[in-house]
Design a protein around this ligand. Structure first.
Ligand SMILES: *Cc1c(COP(=O)(O)O)cnc(C)c1O
Length: 404
């Protein structure tokens, strides 16, 4: 008789967004006259930029004609996109990454979940706390995380790196040596980031202990400060220890279109086995490529018109971020994030529990956010608001919070 992968049974229910949904629905039923504003979403709301739409239309037309029709895309992505990415995201920023080190995919969530497949089950992972849940859950499914303690909400075989106000939301090098280190900067959920010297420390550490860094740079486009690295390959030695994940979701609104990529430098090796060749094999076996029309649309992100339009789109969200940040500050909250990321991270007043603050905000301001504790035990006492709402709703939400 067949047996299931019992690791799935170890996963605690992911109640975060469903609990939020239920609470909001219940509140609406009891208060049908109240207009609820959500600053809880981690999804973009602005439409695709005109340059992208135009290129998409052109690519759709290509599919209507036998001469220009495309079937299966190359496993690793079309050359036209990989070359454009290598030039614009890396070479133009002084990073030594070539087109054949880029693996195009349908997004960074899949890649961040799938990448662990090329590593032994014996590897021990280190994650920031709070954290984007995919890194941990995908390792749970692979049987790498040990036993879950429901009380402390931690896995016995995971190294947690607390990111709190005490360390400016930047993880410290762990005491116990990990094999795989997940880093995400600018960070979801805290909106925090690290400067180049801090990231260099991680690269040096990984090279020293023989660990690999999986670097999630999904929010790279939101960086506004000078000294914040856009890619881990800006650091010396990253080619021998780091994998980078990128996404078109947050910089270009592709959350529903689906496009991302993973960078694996050829020097990244375990003994004499290159991770590049393992991932190429895995990609080739299990993935048939991101759609032609989507990869074409991806090139528009790098066109002159596309760049200008997306700069405006990011600025629109970052203006919201500033409104939220400044609004909370003036209302007396302790706030961080929002400068290099579309997330604002606040401390709940009077050490309120994250969920109590959720209820308080919903009931008194009719504003929905995300409890920090939903991202990990060190998120308790914190709360996340996002900049992905409309300008009008963001202004209104802040007026209500300030009036509390
Ligand atoms: C949104 C997000 C992504 C992007 O995922 P896609 O699958 O490309 O949409 C990746 N990592 C983090 C931390 C995110 O918040």
């Amino acid at each position: 008789m067949f047996k299931i992968n019992e690791n799935f049974l170890k996963l605690p229910g992911s109640y975060l967004f469903s609990t939020i949904g239920k609470k909001v629905t219940a509140f609406k039923e009891q208060n049908p006259e109240k207009k609820i504003i959500s600053l809880g979403i981690g999804d973009v709301t602005q439409p695709l930029a005109p340059a992208i739409i135009e290129t998409l239309h052109g690519a759709v037309d290509d599919m209507s004609n036998a001469e220009t029709f495309k079937g299966y895309a190359p496993d690793l992505g079309y050359e036209f996109l990989r070359t454009t990415i290598a030039q614009n995201d890396y070479k133009d920023h002084g990073c030594d990454i070539s087109a054949d080190e880029i693996f195009v995919s349908d997004g960074a969530k899949c890649d961040s979940g799938n990448i662990q497949e090329i590593f032994s089950q014996e590897n021990k992972i280190a994650v920031c706390d709070p954290v984007y849940p995919v890194y941990v859950d995908s390792n749970v499914m692979a049987g790498r995380t040990g036993i879950y303690d429901t009380k402390s909400e931690v896995w016995s075989n995971v190294i947690y790196m607390p990111c709190t106000a005490e360390n400016n939301f930047a993880p410290q090098l762990p005491k116990e040596t990990p094999d795989i280190i997940y880093l995400c900067f600018p960070n979801n959920p805290t909106g925090a980031t690290v400067n180049k010297a801090q990231l260099q420390e991680w690269v040096d550490y990984a090279n020293k202990v023989g660990a690999v860094i999986i670097y999630d740079a999904a929010y790279e486009a939101y960086i506004s400060e000078e000294d914040v690295p856009h890619s881990i390959y800006e650091c010396d030695g990253a080619r021998t220890c780091a994998i980078e994940l990128r996404s078109f979701s947050k910089n270009a609104g592709f959350t529903g279109v689906r496009l991302g990529f993973t960078v694996i430098p050829k020097e990244l090796k375990a003994g004499d086995v290159s991770l590049h060749s393992l991932w190429a094999r895995r990609h080739g076996t299990k993935y048939n490529g991101a759609p032609y029309i989507v990869q074409k649309a991806g090139t528009a992100v790098y066109s002159e018109a596309g760049k200008a339009q997306l700069k405006e789109q990011v600025a629109y969200y970052m203006n919201n971020a500033k409104l939220v940040y400044d609004g909370l500050k003036s209302a007396g909250y302790t706030v961080s994030g929002g400068v290099n990321a579309p997330y604002i991270w606040l401390q709940t007043p009077n050490k309120m529990k994250s969920w109590d603050f959720f209820d308080y905000l919903l009931e008194n301001a009719n504003v929905v956010g995300t409890p920090g504790s939903g991202f990990g035990p060190s998120g308790e006492g914190y709360f996340r608001l996002t900049a992905f709402g409309s300008y009008e709703n963001t202004v209104e939400a802040m007026n209500r919070i300030k009036a509390l």
